[in-house]
Design a protein around this ligand. Structure first.
Ligand SMILES: Nc1nc2c(ncn2[C@@H]2O[C@H](COP(=O)(O)OP(=O)(O)OP(=O)(O)O)[C@@H](O)[C@H]2O)c(=O)[nH]1
Length: 537
């Protein structure tokens, strides 16, 4: 037996975001997303979200909404879902439900049609993704055994380590048991991952009985008071009886508190059957979808939930240990439909802008006094936020589709270029909010100092002026403290927001009327709050 050594168990951004997306949004040509968008769910289903948004837009453009227009719209949505690998039956049920919910008389009476149907689609997608009961949640300092199951190559072993690492960072004492005796190299892989993350592990090169290893490992770590014992199991290339029998035996012997089914997001229509087959052998209680960073259409996630009646709890968004995200249904669906996620966005600001800079920044934001230094600091913050598209997609009205592949990288490179030029500025230049200070000779000096063209310095100044203009519109805006979503909605009125939002975004929301009703709903309806990330936390 081989045991791992027990080591020490181991705004402004808002407006800059708006600016940056605008040129890309205008183009809106390439909905495909690539590796650079690795992070996350909101990117993965961008195409689906885009198709649904388009269907809704087309419908709301129609002068009269009759049964035919509604049917056409629902057919487009259905097609988009099927193309994204959502199971046929789920899609058909969803269509029927929406038809039952949406009242044509309401639509005819001039209510905001797009929002009514969007809300119905939103609710239906949430219903599919939310099985109604949360999965077992392990408790810190109380031993839990969690068993991972899934086909070979689904990302199971990687995900076990990510799951352990995620909890370890939160102060848990996790441990990994390798009960995969089928794939040569599985133990080495787990050992390597575990060592890197300083997580104790248990496994064997010699023993061929997975049940024996699993039991020994679990016992060992129980004695060592580990609070999260994770059992990695074998996989097979395809669903076969021997695998399911083995899963059943390991489960019976280790009595896991939770069985997590790991599924590769790219398996498409096979998702439903595969998930169901595992559920029939062991008591699957939660699902983790991996490789959401790839080109998967992602609809399989919906099918897996439906098949196992278990929630998706995390998603894998890359090969690295920390490319792992908690999965939340409502923000996921709202971003999918291009509805944005305000609380996520605000939380991101609070997460990224250092605490000591926050009051000052918010003060400046409300004063509308925008200097090049502020721009520099905010560029730093934006770069820290990760892919810019991730921030954009949190804005209401923006679907990730508006941030096509390639533009993001370009935007990041541009920001870095601007920062290099600003490094060659004097304090006086950085702290002035008067663009006239930047005369020709200063620009030439900056270009020389940073090894860039004068033309590029001029371009940066144009960008600065545009940003400063948006900032001036943010004057007086009160930004809520972390998690204070309802305060945000109270403090921002539609008038204010309509000035700040780029025109095409405003159009997407449904013009001033759409924005007003959106903000009203944000302030009152609890459900809508959920739509934007769950409301106050
Ligand atoms: N891009 C990406 N790759 C992933 C992700 N999760 C896992 N992988 C990769 O997928 C491949 C298979 O992952 P493993 O963890 O070995 O798969 P497994 O399901 O444990 O395979 P078996 O042990 O044979 O059952 C590896 O190359 C991983 O790095 C993810 O979220 N994104």
């Amino acid at each position: 037996m081989v045991m791992g050594n027990e080591t020490t168990c181991a705004g402004q951004i808002l407006d800059s975001a708006i600016w940056k997306v605008s040129p890309a949004a205008k183009k809106n040509k390439n909905p495909n997303l690539g590796k650079s968008d690795r992070r996350s769910e909101k990117m993965v289903l961008a195409q689906l979200g885009g198709s649904i948004s388009r269907a809704l837009q087309q419908m709301s453009n129609a002068t009269i909404i009759d049964e035919k227009v509604l049917n056409d719209c629902l057919n487009d949505i259905t097609r988009a879902l099927l193309q994204s690998d959502v199971q046929f039956k789920l899609v058909r049920d969803m269509q029927t439900n929406i038809k039952n919910i949406v009242n044509l008389d309401d639509l005819a009476a001039g209510h905001n049609k797009r929002r009514i149907i969007q809300q119905a689609v939103f609710n239906e997608l949430c219903k599919i993704l939310d099985p109604g009961k949360p999965s077992f949640t392990p408790k810190k300092a109380k031993t839990s055994v969690v068993m991972f199951v899934g086909l070979q190559g689904s990302g199971k072993t990687t995900t076990c380590t990510k799951y352990a690492y995620y909890h370890q960072k939160k102060g848990w004492k996790p441990a990994l048991v390798c009960a995969d005796t089928f794939r040569a190299g599985a133990f080495d892989q787990l050992k390597q991952n575990a060592t890197k993350a300083k997580i104790p592990f248990y496994g064997s090169y010699m023993e061929s009985d997975p049940v024996k290893i699993a039991v020994e490992g679990v016992d060992r770590f129980k004695k060592e008071n580990c609070d999260l014992i994770i059992v990695d199991t074998s996989g097979r290339h395809k669903q076969e009886a021997a695998l399911f029998e083995e899963m059943r035996q390991v489960s019976e012997a280790t009595k896991p508190d939770l069985v997590i089914f790991v599924m590769d997001s790219s398996i498409g229509q096979a998702a439903f059957d595969q998930a169901q087959a595992f559920k029939q052998s062991v008591a699957v209680g939660a699902v983790i979808i991996t490789k959401m960073d790839g080109h998967a259409k992602g609809g399989g996630a919906l099918s897996a939930v439906a098949a196992t009646k278990s929630p998706v709890i995390f998603i894998g968004t890359g090969e690295h240990m920390d490319e792992f995200e908690v999965f939340d249904v409502k923000p996921f669906v709202s971003r999918l439909l291009g509805m944005g996620d305000w609380s996520g966005f605000m939380d991101k600001i609070h997460e990224v802008v250092p605490m000591d800079q926050q009051p000052e920044l918010l003060q400046k934001l409300s004063e509308g006094n925008f200097t090049l230094r502020i721009m520099y600091e905010q560029f730093q913050n934006i770069l820290k936020m990760g892919p810019i598209g991730q921030v954009f997609s949190m804005l209401p009205g923006f679907s990730a589709e508006l941030m096509p592949k390639g533009r993001e990288k370009e935007s990041q490179a541009k920001i870095k270029r601007y920062m290099t030029m600003m490094d060659s500025m004097t304090n006086e230049e950085l702290d002035s909010s008067n663009p006239k200070l930047m005369n020709e000779s200063r620009m030439m000096r900056i270009a020389r100092g940073s090894g860039r063209q004068v033309r590029e310095v001029m371009e940066m100044m144009e960008e600065y002026k545009r940003l400063a203009k948006i900032w001036s519109k943010m004057k007086g805006l009160k930004i809520p403290k972390k998690g204070e979503m309802s305060a945000l909605s109270r403090n921002m009125n539609a008038q204010h927001m309509s000035k700040v939002l780029p025109p095409q975004m405003l159009k997407q929301i449904g013009g001033m009327g759409g924005l007003q009703s959106l903000m009203k709903q944000m302030g009152s309806a609890k459900d809508m709050m959920g739509m934007f990330g769950g409301g106050d936390k």
